[in-house]
Design a protein around this ligand. Structure first.
Ligand code: AMP
Ligand code: ZN
Length: 468
């Protein structure tokens, strides 16, 4: 069964086929954070959904090249740096660093490129794209010096959000103090310098100013991935106007379809409201780590609900994630003991394995709840098999190997804790006294190892250590 993905553009699930004639390379663009503060876990819901998508495509043999941009200039970053009294780059640098730390804590696979909007080559490309739009009379400079995109010149405008262009052209006079644009739906490509922008500006053919948010993504996506993308992702709030504007700008410049598949995740909610900075109802990852939850537990909670369903965030939800992960950990540990170093049993190709069922569930528009349901059924059945002795050591080794494959997608296996040298020394000594059949001393050493927080089990392959 091919991977099928729900495309916001068509509002249907479509079989996924990349543009690459070999059917292997996937070009994927994901809208990244605005680095004026710590990202909240609502933002991370979007990034974890994109991570699941990338990892599943890779498990199915695709090679994904992914870009995630960093929006490091906009109203909020400018306001933030002025308030802090530091240059923009210095202000955003600390939040970029924090963002990368958070990605690692959540085990999100790094993108191939993290372009920053303020990089000189990207600003130059934004300016070049706006010039190309102006040459076609699609962009115009208004009296306030800012440059706008004339949406009346792009009949497809509204196709992604399924909006009627006419609705964006209200009749009668528009009261609009902020902009001098021709039509209310026209959006800014270049914003002319205002006093509040302070030192933040670039020279351009339209005078000093800065790029609009939408053109940043069009420029960085096409610079790094070429004129056509396979997949473009974000949260549902990005659909309009941001992604609609990206389509308009990019397609008017390149003449080609910008992105084939548009995927959007539903919001992380708190008490029926979108989690957002402006509503003040947010948790950062750091808030939750301070409360004693691990990155892995938070990853599980954000990952375990289908990306197109709203997910209500609660602390008991994190406790449930913790409980699910301890079941998983206990199972993996039990399989390791039960397998006793046996080689994985061969599988019968005519019978789908639980791991294959898991992958098939994800093929269906990343049906993670179905996939996890299968994983936990498998866990229950194989625990029963170990209870009754029906599951052989080779069967347990097979299950472990299959779980490792699934874990390249889930990234939920426990950390392999580094064993302290003090413990290793005791284990070595214990091996020596066991060789000398000094069982009394061996037991004493086992207790000494336990007192340091480690359990030692004797297997055919030698001693196995786990933290308790
Ligand atoms: P922003 O920094 O606001 O541009 O958002 C970065 C990414 O997070 C975008 O893809 C947003 O759509 C997404 N996002 C923002 N808030 C939420 C939320 N509460 N739930 C899910 N995704 C969100
Ligand atoms: Zn974007």
């Amino acid at each position: 069964m091919p991977v099928s993905l729900f495309n916001t553009a068509s509002r249907t699930a479509e079989p996924f086929l990349p543009l690459d004639p070999a059917g292997r390379l996937v070009k994927m663009y994901t809208c990244g954070p605005t680095v004026y503060n710590y990202a909240h876990i609502g933002n991370f819901r979007a990034y974890i959904f994109e991570d699941l998508l990338q990892r599943h495509l890779e498990a199915r043999g695709f090679q994904v090249e992914r870009v995630m941009n960093l929006t490091d200039v906009d109203d909020k970053t400018i306001a933030g740096c002025r308030k802090a009294g530091v240059p923009l780059a210095e202000f955003t640098a600390r939040f970029k660093a924090a963002f990368f730390e958070d990605l690692a804590a959540l085990r999100i696979k790094p993108a191939d490129h993290y372009p920053a909007a303020t990089a000189p080559e990207h600003i130059a490309r934004m300016i070049a794209m706006i010039q190309a739009l102006q040459a076609q009379d699609i962009a115009y400079q208004a009296e306030d010096g800012s440059v706008y995109f004339r949406i009346a010149r792009f009949p497809k405008y509204g196709c992604l959000a399924h909006l009627n262009l006419e609705e964006l052209r209200p009749s009668g006079r528009i009261q609009n103090d902020e902009y001098e644009k021709e039509a209310i739906g026209d959006f800014a490509l270049w914003k002319s310098w205002q006093e509040g922008d302070g030192e933040v500006f670039w020279e351009s053919p339209w005078g000093r100013g800065r790029p609009g948010w939408h053109i940043e993504c069009s420029a960085m996506a096409t610079a790094l991935l070429g004129p056509q993308l396979d997949i473009h992702c974000g949260g549902v709030d990005n659909i309009f106007p941001h992604h609609e504007a990206e389509i308009a700008q990019s397609e008017c410049v390149t003449g080609l379809q910008f992105a084939r598949y548009w995927l959007h995740c539903a919001h992380l909610m708190v008490d029926g409201q979108k989690m957002s900075k402006s509503a003040g109802n947010f948790y950062t990852l750091r808030d939750l780590l301070e409360r004693g939850y691990s990155g892995r537990e938070i990853r599980y909670a954000l990952l375990s609900v289908h990306y197109r369903l709203p997910l209500n965030f609660t602390l008991p939800g994190l406790d449930a994630a913790r409980a699910a992960l301890s079941r998983l950990d206990a199972w993996v540990e039990r399989l390791a003991t039960h397998s006793a170093g046996a080689s994985p049993a061969a599988t019968d190709p005519s019978v789908p394995t639980p791991a294959e069922d898991f992958l098939c569930a994800l093929d269906d528009d990343l049906n993670i709840s179905g996939a996890l349901g299968r994983l936990f059924d498998w866990l229950r059945d194989s625990n029963r098999g170990m209870d009754s002795g029906e599951l052989s050591p080779a069967g347990a080794a097979r299950a472990l190997a299959d779980f490792e494959r699934l874990n390249t997608i889930l990234a939920l296996a426990p950390e392999q804790a580094a064993v302290p040298t003090e413990v290793l020394a005791l284990v070595e000594e214990r091996q020596a006294v066991r060789a000398a059949k000094d069982w009394g001393r061996s037991d004493q050493l086992r207790d000494a190892i336990a007192a340091l927080g480690w359990t030692v089990k004797d297997t055919k392959q030698g001693p196995q250590l786990t933290r308790h």
